[in-house]
Design a protein around this ligand. Structure first.
Ligand code: ADP
Ligand code: F6P
Length: 324
């Protein structure tokens, strides 16, 4: 073992769950045990940290979870933790359970919490990007986003069957919070005609004209992907019917996108990042977030991990326009 003051690592999952969080937990636990450390699991994110909801984790605690969606530690959102008083309570719990360092798996909000524990109280923290939204700077992909995209594609393939058979327009709403990443990926992979994302103004009048013109030429079914942060599928579908007179249905894919067995990519990403989090703590590198860029591990300061810019928007929208 390295010469480190860290004897026990705590792990928590926070914010929206995502497939692959369990693979990350398994990797952290087993990597830490391999290095001679103890591991504690904190239930329900920062809420469990404030409440002292702490369990010991051993090698067997993480058996048979690499393939399971969700998180065995459960997850939550916790307003109290955003306050100084909430954070002070959390620090007391860490002391009580002799937890020397904390790995937080979550999105950018969870990262902010980990950063505040480090900055304000000197708690050694590491963030791992766990969210389906893929909206965190410092990593090409977040743990869970690949699986969510695959799940959405699978559903849209099924919608395509009925859209084509009944000659209808479908508006499909996908998750992503304020990021259009899932929508763009899904639109290209599912062969959609149009995508509406929060990062780009959308010209609805042109859409109605394109639909009518296509209809005159015999194009009778459309699949339009809407990112939840841009518009509501119900509203878009109603507007299309009103402006074109064509039969339109909407589908909100919702939380199915958050569940299911993680893809191979998400398992590998989670496993690499989990092990790397333990390495960083033992090297005394605290207040960091680990991601993967072009297959290489990438380490940044937690405070840098603001929303990542979505650089593919123009290219992907142009692709859809050319191919529809
Ligand atoms: P995500 O981590 O997926 O972005 P949220 O933004 O809901 O999800 O954040 C998850 C939790 O992280 C919040 O419920 C809160 O407990 C904590 N958190 C978020 N923002 C902050 C902040 N500015 N300071 C401290 N904790 C925060
Ligand atoms: O951040 C993950 C996410 O699934 C977003 O895509 C979505 O906007 C949000 O969480 C939904 O949150 P909840 O499960 O609280 O409805």
């Amino acid at each position: 073992m390295l010469n480190s003051s860290i004897r026990k690592i705590g792990i928590l999952t926070s914010g929206g769950d995502g497939p692959g969080m369990n693979a990350a937990i398994r990797s952290i636990v087993r990597s830490a045990l391999f290095r001679g450390l103890q591991v504690a699991g904190i239930m329900r994110g920062y809420q469990g940290l404030i409440d002292g909801d702490v369990v010991d984790l051993n090698h067997r605690s993480v058996s048979n979870i690499i393939n399971r969606g969700g998180t065995i530690l459960k997850t939550a959102r916790c307003e109290e933790f955003k306050t100084l008083e909430g954070q002070q309570k959390a620090v007391e719990v860490l002391k009580k359970y002799q937890i020397d360092a904390l790995v937080v798996i979550g999105g950018d909000g969870s990262y902010r919490g980990a950063h505040e524990l480090f900055e304000r109280f000197g708690v050694p923290t590491i963030g791992l990007p766990g969210t389906i939204d893929n909206d965190i700077y410092g990593t090409d992909q977040t743990i869970g986003c690949q699986t969510a995209i695959n799940t959405a594609i699978d559903s849209i393939d099924k919608i395509r069957d009925t859209a084509h058979s009944m000659e209808r327009i479908f508006v499909v709403e996908v998750m992503g919070n304020r990021s259009g990443y899932i929508a763009l990926q899904v639109a290209v992979a599912a062969g959609a005609e149009e995508v509406i994302v929060p990062e780009k103004n959308f010209d609805y009048e042109t859409l109605y004209q394109n639909i009518l013109e296509g209809n005159r030429k015999g194009k009778v079914s459309w699949i339009i992907i809407v990112s939840e942060g841009a518009a509501k599928a119900t509203v878009v579908a109603n507007q299309i019917t009103e402006k074109t007179g064509l039969e339109t249905r909407f589908v909100i894919l919702g939380h199915v996108q958050r569940g299911g067995s993680p893809s191979g990519h998400d398992r590998i990403l989670a496993t690499r990042l989990g092990s790397s989090a333990v390495d960083l703590l033992l090297k005394g590198q605290y207040g960091k977030a680990v991601g993967e860029i072009r297959d290489e591990l990438n380490i940044i300061d937690l405070k840098e991990a603001k929303k990542r810019p979505n650089s593919q928007i123009e290219e992907y929208c142009e692709l859809l326009r050319k191919l529809r």
